[in-house]
Design a protein around this ligand. Structure first.
Ligand SMILES: NC(=O)c1ccc[n+]([C@@H]2O[C@H](COP(=O)([O-])OP(=O)(O)OC[C@H]3O[C@@H](n4cnc5c(N)ncnc54)[C@H](O)[C@@H]3O)[C@@H](O)[C@H]2O)c1
Ligand SMILES: [Zn+2]
Ligand SMILES: [Zn+2]
Length: 361
């Protein structure tokens, strides 16, 4: 059977997205059909619409989602109809060189659904990050659906599917923040604020939030920043050093995706400290550094893909922390909106009015 449902599609580069009828096949082997309950609006969806990811239009947007499994393919054992799941873009293969060496969070051959969802006329859709969840139903690889405690609110839980997980993991997994560390987070959108929360969960003693926007800094304090630096008014590197006895922070997390911010993170770091790059640069950006500074400061420069998370390990654990009141996922939800309000939500995101708009279905 084919399911005829509404979905948010980007047909043409730069043009406003549209809600239209799409066709979703029943799950085949290795696949799961998910009834989407909530899906957050992420910068990456906008990047797709702008053609900044690739040219495979039309895209079915949306990828920060939670929902209920409606049906699974014949051989699927990991999830079952009725399960409450968070969707992920890291369904690990178990067989690539990274998985075989015991690092599945770096899997180089992650799974997506094999069958295509299409427009009503049969044109195949490219689902954003292999998910496509601004839709009433979506088809994913079964490994892209992780069962978690159904007591969690879908709007909050879905956020773990991308940006919030990336930020939490940038601090907890990539940056390996330790008890007592000082941490500076550059850029306090949804990802940076999640990095602040992650640093606190990992036991950081000092968490310095850096942004250009006073409102964002106030929100960052609400997420647990102990100090704030307004980089539109003061030198971010000097300010972070001044707050860390002149040394710099043990872990500096770049959550913007700009070369000048990377430079600040690099120089605001203590000797032998770590820079985590979780903000996504565009392909035209370059960095230039005196090589002696790279060598002489020691430590590590670490890109963070999806916070180095392993969904099967981390989603259930983080939802348990959320349900215990130790992880404030609800605070990331600035507003809930209808499916046809995604285009408007892109504009709010560009203006910096929201941390996350979440579509409820
Ligand atoms: N690595 C991953 O797996 C992953 C996953 C999801 C998102 N991301 C990326 O993380 C980045 C942040 O995402 P977001 O949703 O939080 O975006 P956002 O636009 O909500 O937040 C960016 C923040 O950076 C601030 N900012 C901009 N320029 C700055 C500067 N020069 N100095 C300090 N602050 C500055 C803005 O005021 C804003 O608060 C994006 O690049 C996004 O693509 C990465
Ligand atoms: Zn693999
Ligand atoms: Zn995302």
């Amino acid at each position: 059977m084919t399911h005829e449902v509404q979905g948010v599609v980007a047909r043409i580069q730069g043009a406003p997205v549209q809600t239209e009828t799409i066709l979703v096949p029943d799950p085949g082997p290795g696949e799961a059909l998910v009834r989407v309950q909530a899906c957050g609006v992420c910068h990456t969806d906008l990047h797709y619409r702008e053609g900044a990811i690739n040219d495979d239009f039309p895209f079915l947007l949306g990828h920060e989602a939670a929902g209920i499994v409606e049906a699974v393919g014949s051989d699927v054992t990991g999830v079952a109809p009725g399960d409450f799941v968070i969707l992920n873009w890291r369904a690990v293969c178990g067989e690539c060189r990274s998985c075989r060496r015991g690092k599945p969070w770096l899997c180089f051959a992650t799974h997506n659904a094999t069958q295509k969802m299409t427009l009503a006329d049969g044109t195949p859709l490219t689902p954003a990050l292999g998910i496509g969840a601004f839709a009433v139903k979506t088809l994913v690889a079964a490994g892209q659906a992780t069962k978690v405690d159904a007591a969690a609110s879908p709007a909050a839980a879905g956020l773990l599917g991308c940006g919030v997980m990336a930020g939490l993991g940038a601090a907890m997994f990539t940056g390996e923040v330790q008890k007592g560390d000082s941490v500076a987070v550059f850029g306090c959108g949804g990802v940076g604020d999640a990095a602040i929360v992650g640093a606190r969960l990992a036991g950081a003693a000092k968490v310095i939030a850096v942004d250009l926007d006073a409102q964002k800094l106030e929100w960052a304090r609400g997420f647990g920043a102990t100090h704030t630096v307004d980089a539109s008014k003061e030198d971010a590197v000097e300010a972070v050093r001044a707050l860390t006895d002149g040394h710099g922070a043990d872990v500096c997390i770049e959550a913007v995706g700009r070369p000048e911010v990377f430079q600040q993170a690099f120089f605001a770091r203590d000797l032998a400290g770590t820079v985590v790059q979780v903000g996504v640069p565009d392909p035209s950006m370059t960095i230039e550094l005196p090589m002696i500074e790279f060598f002489g400061r020691g430590g590590a420069l670490k890109p963070s893909w999806y916070g180095d998370c392993l969904p099967s390990r981390d989603f259930p654990m983080l939802i348990d922390l959320y349900l215990q009141g130790r992880l404030p996922l609800d605070k990331f939800v600035s507003e809930t909106i209808a499916l046809d309000a995604v285009e408007e939500a892109f504009h709010k995101m560009e203006r910096g009015d929201v941390l996350r708009s979440v579509v409820l279905l």
